[in-house]
Design a protein around this ligand. Structure first.
Ligand code: ADP
Ligand code: MG
Length: 211
């Protein structure tokens, strides 16, 4: 099975719809350990992204992802704008001028996205950030792909691992981003960025399952 440019457009549209639907929830999570703007930030960014999609509808996957990345960097603000923006930009650079991706290409793109977030955020796993959902999600996708599972079932396992990673941020002490200012008081709350990352993974699965 292959991911086409059309699937990528559908994925971005689905992410935008999910973020809009979960905007208040994400903002509520950010009000516990941040400044109550995560849902609002991402919704602003993806609403602008939607206006850019018609302009790239016939373009290659790299061009689509890079447009998403630059739009997020310039519209989201906060920590998550540059981080998600870099992730989409790096994924776009990794996919280049392809119109179709196989499972290995998707893994390469996701690895590039995670590397981009980590180098921009100077962050690693276990610091109570989006990385704690994304990292385990990519690990699970790689493991299932290496075991020759079909892409849909590999992606299901990946989303399940993202969800476990998201929940695992609850007992973590935040050492990066705004939540780190709270020190010990950051413990006991689910990270907003890990939650939006899980929602994006779920959106990807929804699109692939709908194929
Ligand atoms: P801000 O914290 O500037 O208000 P947002 O509320 O939009 O930005 O995003 C907060 C989320 O960004 C956090 O929940 C966390 O997942 C993520 N984050 C913050 N700093 C980093 C970092 N250095 N590396 C990775 N993720 C980070
Ligand atoms: Mg915030």
């Amino acid at each position: 099975m292959h991911i086409t440019a059309e699937h990528v457009i559908k994925f971005i549209e689905r992410v935008a719809a999910t973020i809009k639907a979960q905007r208040d929830y994400l903002t509520q999570l950010d009000s516990a350990i941040g400044d109550s703007d995560h849902g609002v930030n991402l919704d602003r960014g993806f609403t602008t992204v939607l206006t850019k999609l018609p302009g790239v509808a016939d373009k290659d996957i790299g061009a689509i992802l890079k447009t998403v990345g630059t739009t997020l960097v310039s519209t989201v603000g906060g920590a998550s704008g540059p981080l998600y923006g870099t992730a989409f930009l790096r994924a776009g650079m990794a996919t280049g001028d392809c119109f179709e991706l196989g499972a290995t290409d998707v893994i390469i793109a996701l690895d590039a996205a995670l590397e981009g977030i980590q180098s921009r955020g100077k962050s690693t796993r276990g610091e109570k950030t989006m990385i704690d959902a994304i990292g385990p999600g990519i690990d699970a996708l790689k493991a299932a792909n290496a075991a020759s599972e079909d892409f849909v079932s590999a992606l299901r396992k990946s989303v399940a691992a993202c969800e476990v990673g998201m929940r695992a941020t609850i007992p973590m002490l935040a050492t990066k981003g705004r939540a780190s200012y709270l020190g010990e008081r950051s413990i006991g709350h689910q990270d907003p960025g890990a939650t939006s990352a899980f929602l994006m993974a779920q959106a990807m699965l929804d699109v692939v399952e709908g194929m």
